[in-house]
Write a protein that binds this ligand. Structure first.
Ligand code: ADP
Ligand code: MG
Length: 146
């Protein structure tokens, strides 16, 4: 059962608003009293996924979903897709443009960082299919502490 759900639209190359969805996700998780380590890990994943939408996804949507004992962040777009997901998951691999690199992006650590910080990551992607990331935390976002 879904207890909380919030959706965010992310627009391509909209660097002015980039990062806002992940800040909102962090705020919600703090408000519901999620454990601080979890808030931190989820915020890293959300930020990296959001930046990938801005840079590569054309038009993306990020959804935060809290259910009984799962925290899920679903990120989907109908952009160009990832040809070789294993390669894209490799540390240092990036197709960022010169312009993006000048802004400090393109280290090729985003997907590896999501993988490291999430409990589970599923990537569905392919040319002309767009991309869908399912970022799952199953350690439980609900704590007994106030
Ligand atoms: N939503 C997406 N759509 C298409 N390609 C993507 C998407 N997300 C990631 N990629 C591809 O995977 C590569 C690696 O992503 P990432 O590890 O976040 O590194 P970086 O963002 O620094 O390029 C990107 O350079 C890009 O080629
Ligand atoms: Mg990235």
């Amino acid at each position: 059962m879904t207890l909380y759900r919030e959706e965010f639209d992310i627009r391509e190359m909209d660097f002015a608003h980039a990062g806002e969805a992940s800040i909102r996700i962090k705020t919600v998780l703090k408000e519901v009293g999620a454990e601080s380590g979890l808030v931190h890990r989820a915020a890293i994943c959300a930020y990296e996924a959001e930046m990938n939408e801005v840079m590569y996804g054309r038009r993306g949507r990020m959804t935060l979903e809290l259910s009984e004992d799962l925290l899920q962040i679903i990120v989907e777009d109908d952009g160009p897709g990832i040809e070789d997901v294993d390669l894209a998951m490799t540390e240092g691999y990036s197709t960022a443009t010169e312009e993006m690199r000048e802004m400090g992006f393109g280290a090729g650590m985003g997907l590896p960082n999501i993988k490291r910080n999430a409990d589970r990551l599923t990537v569905h992607s392919g040319p002309a299919r767009g991309t869908r990331l399912e970022i799952v935390f199953d350690t439980g976002w609900r704590t007994t502490e106030p």
